[in-house]
Design a protein around this ligand. Structure first.
Ligand SMILES: [Zn+2]
Length: 99
């Protein structure tokens, strides 16, 4: 395998997305080739640093807003544009009994 091939496969390698055979060939190359093994280590370090900096479970900023907007589109009666009164009646169905 050539170095260029190895570099293009490093991402898949770190994601464990490669087949057994390809994985073995890549690791053999890394043992022989200091440049590629350095590249692999650097990439791995960068990725683990990114994982620590950005926990994958946290939704991106604006996610709640986008989700709310989609919900409002799906439920037109809740949309502010369709009128406050309608939304309030939907949210508080028992307000008439209380007054
Ligand atoms: Zn190489």
């Amino acid at each position: 395998m050539r170095c260029e091939e190895i570099r293009s496969l490093l991402d898949a390698h770190l994601d464990h997305e490669m087949g057994e055979e390809l994985n073995r060939r890549l690791e053999r190359h890394l043992l022989r080739c200091p440049a590629c093994s350095y590249e692999a280590r650097t990439l791995e370090q960068t990725r683990s640093m990114l994982r620590e900096a950005v926990p994958p479970a946290v939704p991106s900023p604006g996610f709640r807003e986008r989700a709310a907007a989609r919900l409002l589109d799906a439920l037109p009666e809740l949309h502010p544009a369709s009128g406050r009164t309608a939304a309030r009646q939907w949210a508080l169905p028992f307000s008439r009994e209380e007054t």
